[in-house]
Ligand binder design. Structure first.
Ligand code: SAM
Length: 288
């Protein structure tokens, strides 16, 4: 969907927005593509969308043109602020610009009481995994967002959506993401779609928060997966020694064969281990 604003290439030239690699700046100028990403976060009317890293505003404009009631953008590069202000003037009262490092911002606080709320972003690759991990570890759960629609490098997208069947990609990120969300890759985006083009293909990923994930403490789940995948080729009876609790007891309480390796264990198994670890540290006798 087009708007009456200047073409993005002209905006970039007018504001001197030469892409900085240090900020993960790979811009999207293709309106069909930005509209497709915005529609993946839809239906947008009545929705408030947080976008991290709007840059010159290609995706921002698509979100607004597709009807988002409110868009809140968080951009670290102050050079982009004037271009974003032009978009805000074109859509009065619908675009809020936050000049900040997204790593320092709680996106839930940005939407206030407005619902439904989503995060939709072509994330800066250098901080994409850190941002997602922080959002997935947030308490309380479910978050205020009913969906995350995010662009990642394909390799990261595969690590987010992996199952034990995809052994090489399956690891800590997949366990955390799929514990708390239903995840799937929506579509691939070729490197040539970006300016400048990155070295790799990208993917748009959808994460839908589960209203009631299996109960366990996020920090203990992370500790268990760190130990297990930290030595992913070793059997769990060996790798889980790093937890400082008898691995045999933890595995027995969780109903897991001690000769299995981390990459063979489903999310449910890791949740059981996290709960057994909590009980063991609390000094409770572990049921076998
Ligand atoms: N959304 C735009 C698009 O699709 O064309 C730009 C996406 S570009 C991949 C990533 C954007 O994130 C850049 O505008 C960059 O300046 C911004 N950025 C990088 N690190 C950031 C951070 N820590 N916090 C907020 N924005 C950041």
């Amino acid at each position: 969907m087009r708007d009456a604003l200047a073409p993005l290439r002209d905006v970039v030239a007018a504001h001197g927005l030469t892409a900085k690699k240090s900020l993960g700046q790979n811009f999207l100028f293709d309106l069909n593509l930005t509209s497709r990403i915005a529609r993946a976060a839809g239906p947008l009317d009545a929705a408030t969308v947080v976008e991290i890293g709007p840059g010159p505003g290609g995706l921002t404009r698509a979100l607004l043109a597709e009807g988002a009631a409110h868009v809140v953008v968080v951009e670290r590069d102050r050079r982009c602020l004037a271009a974003l202000a032009e978009i805000a003037a074109h859509y009065p009262g619908r675009l809020e610009i936050v000049a900040a490092d997204a790593l320092d911002v709680d996106p839930g606080k940005l939407v206030g009481a407005r619902r439904p709320a989503r995060i939709c972003a072509n994330l800066p690759y250098n901080v994409a995994t850190a941002l997602l991990t922080t959002w997935l570890e947030a308490e309380p759960w479910p978050p205020v967002f009913d969906r995350f629609v995010l662009m990642f490098q394909k390799e990261v997208a595969e690590r987010i959506t992996a199952t034990p069947a995809k052994r090489a990609a399956y690891g800590r990120l997949a366990v955390l993401a799929n514990w708390r969300c239903a995840t799937r890759i929506l579509f691939e985006v070729p490197a040539a779609a970006f300016t400048p083009p990155p070295k790799v293909t990208s993917c748009v990923v959808e994460l839908v928060p589960r209203p009631a994930p299996l109960p366990c403490r996020a920090n203990l789940l992370c500790e268990v997966t760190q130990a297990a995948f930290g030595q992913r080729r070793k059997m769990l009876r060996q790798s889980l020694k790093a937890l400082g609790v008898d691995p045999a007891a933890l595995l027995a309480a969780s109903g897991i064969d001690p000769s299995k390796r981390a990459e063979e264990i489903e999310v449910e198994g890791f949740v059981a281990l996290a709960r057994a670890l909590e009980a063991a540290r609390a000094g409770l006798t572990l049921p076998s």
